[in-house]
Design a protein. Sequence first.
Length: 453
Amino acid sequence: MYPNMWKGRFAQATADLVQQYGESISYDWRLYKHDIAGSIAHARAQVKAELLTEDEFLQIESGLRSIEKDIDNGNFHFSIELEDIHMNIEAELTNRIGAAGGKLHTARSRNDQVATDTRLYCREQINIISSHLKDLQKALLDKAEQYAEALIPGYTHLQRGQPVTVGHHLLAYVEMLARDIDRLNDAKKRVNISPLGSGALAGSTINLDRNQIAAELGFDSITTNSMDAISDRDYIMELLFAFALIGTHLSRLSEDLILWCSSEFAFASLSDAHTTGSSLMPQKKNPDVCEITRGKTGRLYGNLVSLLTSAKGLPLTYNRDLQEDKEPLFDSIDTLIIALSVNTEMIADMTINVETCEAAASDPLLLATDLADYLVKNGVPFRSAHELVGKAVALSVQTSTPLDQLDLTQISSHYGADANDVFNLQTALASRTNVGAPSTQNVKDQISRWRNI
Ligand code: ARG
């Protein structure tokens, strides 16, 4: 049986229910590599401070490495009596190497230890999620390139507005994901700071070289207030927000695809591998991946709100409530990694029904704004042009005559014989050349810009 870490003060063993209630080992075991890296750096600083001999350090290091290997291989027994990953590893180290193991925790508390481990874990996961975001961007870019010239209506209020291309539409998501990557990189600056050496809350009377420890662990700097350092969970909340926003972006993409795959739109189809059938209706092919992504976004929001709420009433410094930071963090990361992976595959396999998209984009009403622009170019103030075109649209609706079939010169002398040339979709698209507008040339330029980032 492992020693109880605080046995000196207590006459009774911890109640079973308390152990079950308070344990975090069932989920925080995943911090083991970071915990071990942190302990090795901490032990090395103890050698420099002449608290450990070189030999004791080597025993600690090889003991920790053997524990790491056993956990890697699934050969480690985690025990809930030892609450969390920190105590499980430390107890087993002492079990394996004897007396030197009992020196490791000098000038350290689980409070600065857990903050260190979680920061290292977040840093690693930021890199993993960024790389998944890049993969999804790449899948979207490939589709945008394939359908750079495929016309499609652009919508506001889910009403057809103006023509764009599928390429332009998909590039909008590439932009969102780029901001997501940027946000994660920015958050990393606040994650990558070492709290080790802050102790339980007030540092220690034993001075270890905090900068040496930080450098060994790849931190950019060290925290400068011990009370803040051990109770700060801002960096997790910030990440949970960044993750929630990635969820928003994926959810909007999902909603677009759900609409596009409906028979009413019929703009896109997803592969059989990325859709599901109905147990009852034989004809069904459902965009479940999109719906699950839209649904899981709720969890990502919930995880953010959960931690904000857990932290909001806490006095300084550490309170056990803070242990509630890990499950939301782990859940958001797991949720996002699979969501990004499956969406990447699904987009890569998606096909666009170019003819249906183009037929929908060919509604001449989509070029009503272009007609107003034509009048402006002929010297009509925009407000009057808007009204004149509005009248033409009303006439078109009343007489069931498509807008491009009306004799516009009968409506106003401002329309020349060339007015109906406005209704050429290709010219209409090609003339949208402003930076950010959807001309095919612009879309192609944007695709090559993204490819070179
Ligand atoms: N498992 C704990 C957590 O995640 C580690 C810190 C425990 N500190 C303490 N004073 N009980 O928050």
